[in-house]
Write a protein that binds this ligand. Structure first.
Ligand SMILES: Cc1cc2nc3c(=O)[nH]c(=O)nc-3n(C[C@H](O)[C@H](O)[C@H](O)COP(=O)(O)OP(=O)(O)OC[C@H]3O[C@@H](n4cnc5c(N)ncnc54)[C@H](O)[C@@H]3O)c2cc1C
Length: 374
């Protein structure tokens, strides 16, 4: 596969144009300038914390639909697996439309993670009287744990998801992307573009488009030479990166400023939920919906992340095999563990070791890569 990148095309055109009009060459200028690839300092004494979370996974994909219980309407918006932050604007906008179709002013939102906060914000801005009920609030939700690269993953099983779901998911993914764009580089929100690399040891026979369509990932380059860390194949692009510590904080403040009220409360049964005064309830309880709404198709995919001290010079991210690295202002996030049907929230030392050793080995290879300013 040829290495046809925008940069090489630009350089090629520049060279022939110069040859036509310049007689005495002066100096060769490369643009953008290459520099040594900054290396992630993967050392144990740079670890700031290791956290564990459970992705709310459904093999058939997220649940987004209205259900009637007597006089009450429950709009379900849960089960986003490893893509909840990514899809939050997409499914929450649709959930808010469904809630509005009930034609009632008072709405309860169950859940204070990214889905609950986004749904509450949208509804409150549309003039609804919104009350958010949640056992855990920011900063103690699964959404706070997320690595939060904008990239649908661990969302459904290709063997189980229907064509109808896949079509809906494609639309929701694009809507979700559009929802995040106004937040890029907005002070305090922790949303930015990062130059991201997906790396593999083999060149795929047939390339699949990135989730939602390649156009959602600007500057996409397909590389088989001069790849990051010398892998056989690289898809390099710009991706949105969200820092949940900043983002969820601002989302909650925005929802409060729009009038949403927050009440800390745990619901043990569906009857307790249906006893709420509000006639319309938006269910954003994530994995909690398994017990509360009896959805046994909802299962955890456990993930463990190790955070390192910040390195402001690291302005790229990567995913390779079972490892990823995402840069934040507050530190570097090392992740990539996926344990299906595993409910344990305990930190596993063997997984910390795998992260440290795996990323350290990649960092060693960084010395042989060069890098252009994104
Ligand atoms: C390690 C890891 C890495 C991840 N990386 C990414 C990533 O890179 N990109 C991405 O997009 N996503 C990622 N995710 C997935 C993402 O975190 C989830 O999909 C998302 O957080 C789900 O949001 P939610 O609001 O539905 O659920 P949650 O954040 O779990 O919120 C659920 C809310 O419901 C409340 N609740 C539940 N049950 C009850 C009850 N009975 N009574 C009262 N309240 C209740 C909870 O207290 C909480 O407030 C990752 C997840 C993990 C664990």
């Amino acid at each position: 596969m040829p290495n046809l990148t925008r940069r090489s095309v630009l350089l090629g055109l520049g060279a022939s144009a110069l040859a036509a009009c310049v007689t005495a060459p002066t100096s060769v200028v490369t643009w953008p300038p290459a520099r040594p690839f900054p290396k992630v300092l993967v050392e144990r004494d740079r670890i700031t914390r290791t956290v564990v979370g459970l992705r709310p996974y459904r093999a058939q994909g997220f649940r987004l639909e209205a259900e009637r219980f007597g006089e009450k309407i429950v709009v379900h918006n849960y089960g986003h697996g490893g893509s909840g932050v990514t899809l939050s604007w997409g499914t929450s906008q649709r959930a808010a439309v469904m809630a509005g179709e009930a034609g009632r002013l008072d709405v309860a939102v169950l859940g204070g993670g990214v889905m609950g906060l986004t749904s509450a914000l949208i509804l409150a801005r549309r003039g609804y009287v919104v009350t958010v009920y949640a056992e855990a609030m920011h900063p103690n939700t699964t959404s706070n744990i997320a690595g939060a690269l904008w990239r649908p993953s661990s969302l459904y099983s290709r063997d189980v998801a229907t064509e109808e779901f896949l079509a809906l998911n494609a639309k929701v993914t694009r809507e979700a992307h559009r929802g995040f764009l106004p937040y890029v580089n907005r002070p305090g929100y922790g949303v930015s573009w990062v130059q991201h690399s997906d790396l593999t040891n083999t060149v795929p026979e047939q390339r699949r488009e990135l989730p939602g369509g390649d156009e959602l990932y600007p500057d996409l380059e397909i590389l088989t030479r001069e790849t990051r860390f010398g892998f056989a194949y690289e898809e390099r692009c710009h991706s949105l990166m969200i820092d949940p510590d900043y983002y969820l904080d601002m989302l909650m403040k925005d929802a409060q400023a729009a009038g949403a009220k927050f009440i800390a409360r745990r619901f043990e049964t569906l009857d307790e939920v249906l006893a709420l005064a509000q006639p319309v309830i938006v269910n954003c309880t994530g994995l909690g919906a398994r017990t509360l709404f009896g959805d046994e198709t909802l299962t955890p995919i456990r993930g463990q992340l190790t955070h390192l001290l910040p390195q402001p010079e690291i302005d790229y991210s990567y995913i390779v095999g079972g490892l990823y690295m995402f840069p934040r202002k507050t530190g570097l996030v090392l992740g990539g563990s996926h344990n299906a049907d595993d409910w344990s929230l305990d930190v596993r030392e063997d997984q910390v070791r795998r992260m440290i050793d795996g990323h350290a080995a990649l960092a060693e290879k960084a010395a042989y890569s060069t890098y252009s300013e994104p």
